[in-house]
Design a protein around this ligand. Structure first.
Ligand SMILES: CC(C)(COP(=O)(O)OP(=O)(O)OC[C@H]1O[C@@H](n2cnc3c(N)ncnc32)[C@H](O)[C@@H]1OP(=O)(O)O)[C@@H](O)C(=O)NCCC(=O)NCCS
Length: 332
């Protein structure tokens, strides 16, 4: 059986930096509250009409392809993760495929929120391992800023989320020691409404309801404390699952790249696992939580910073809406 190897990573974030002080002007919040509870200092938000979700994904993909030395024409599969969408349908994968100029290549859309990229990478891994495809492009892209309630009413959510995209090029290899060693995905729909958005929904289409302005339905909602408690349990669980499946231990890990949910969650996870924070990548301070884009942006930045060296053992892990959670263990 083939193995699948990540050979290039890239990311792209919108230009506009939004500070906590900028948010203070929009709602009743403070830089101190946001830093203390989430670790976030700035996030990127698109300017009105500046980008599409798939356009962010395209920019990240171009860089990943360039770094991988792979031409777009070599891609045989696209897996595109994004919890929100530019349009009701189709998803961003097809629009991005058109931008890449590779008609005919399958484009799968994944909507598993913050676990979107880890789910997408796991799916690409299986297609490559079974020999169906040799080269896959896996993307996590998100524009959260236009869908959140930027008033005091929505402050628990709106201070957390940001926009951006990341991408990875995955290719088949015959080397059994290198590449994606194991993948683990989970979901628990009992908690679907603990972190969710009712809109867009078939229940509130123009045909069903002419005027749609109820914030209960058209903005995301989150039971923050509930999410926090589950995240700090599920992250360590799924990381240990990946280690146990491969016979490695915490000490063998060179780097953990968790979904950037909240710095306090990441710190609690590191403490529970007994991993020093120096081995846990964090860039939430600068980007906030970019849902499906957070793991690939983090992976791309970790690589840029020389933290993913040849032979490094890296664990990617996610937790988010659904609830969904996942992990992958990768030997680079
Ligand atoms: C959202 C989160 C930061 C809130 O922190 P918390 O300590 O649980 O705070 P609470 O929700 O209990 O709210 C405490 C107070 O702060 C207020 N508050 C909420 N958001 C605020 C904001 N942005 N600025 C200032 N005050 C805020 C609340 O209204 C509440 O006020 P009250 O005591 O007068 O009622 C925290 O629950 C969290 O990080 N949860 C996980 C979120 C997450 O990671 N989501 C993504 C998962 S993928």
């Amino acid at each position: 059986m083939k193995n699948s190897k990540i050979v290039g990573m890239g990311h792209f974030v919108p230009e506009q930096v939004v500070t906590n002080f900028d948010l203070e002007k929009m709602m009743d919040t403070s830089d101190a509250w946001i830093r203390e509870r989430t670790g976030i200092e700035t996030r990127r938000w698109i300017r009105p009409g500046e980008h599409t979700i798939y356009g962010l994904g395209y920019n990240a993909s171009k860089l990943a392809l360039e770094r991988a030395g792979v031409d777009a024409s070599e891609i045989e599969l696209i897996v595109f993760a994004s919890v929100l969408a530019d349009h009701g349908f189709p998803g961003g994968g097809c629009f991005m495929q058109e931008q890449l100029g590779i008609p005919g290549v399958p484009a799968i859309d994944i909507r598993n929120a913050c676990s979107g990229f880890t789910y997408a990478l796991s799916i690409a891994d299986k297609f490559i391992k079974t020999g169906t495809y040799k080269t896959a492009l896996v993307v996590g892209a998100e524009i959260q800023s236009t869908g959140i309630d930027r008033t005091t009413r929505g402050r628990d959510i709106s201070v957390i989320f940001g926009d951006g995209a990341g991408a990875a090029v995955v290719v088949a290899t015959d080397d059994p020691q290198k590449g994606i060693l194991t993948t683990h995905m989970h979901a628990d729909g009992r908690y679907a409404k603990k972190l969710w958005c009712d809109w867009p929904s078939i229940h509130y289409t123009p045909a069903v309801k002419q005027v749609f302005d109820d914030p209960e339905h058209n903005f995301p909602h989150m039971d923050g404390r509930y999410v926090f408690k589950h995240a700090v349990t599920r992250f360590p669980e799924v990381i240990m699952e990946a280690l146990q499946a491969t016979g490695y231990t915490i000490e063998d890990l060179d780097l953990v790249i968790p979904h950037q949910a909240n710095l306090r969650i990441t710190e609690a996870v590191a403490q529970r696992l007994g991993v020093p924070m120096s081995k846990v990548f964090s860039n939430i301070q600068r980007y906030g939580n970019t849902t499906a884009a957070s793991v690939p942006i983090a992976m791309s930045e970790a690589w840029e910073q020389g933290l993913i060296k040849d032979d490094a053992l890296v664990c990617l892990a996610s937790f988010g809406g659904g609830f969904t959670w996942a992990s992958l263990l990768v030997r680079f």
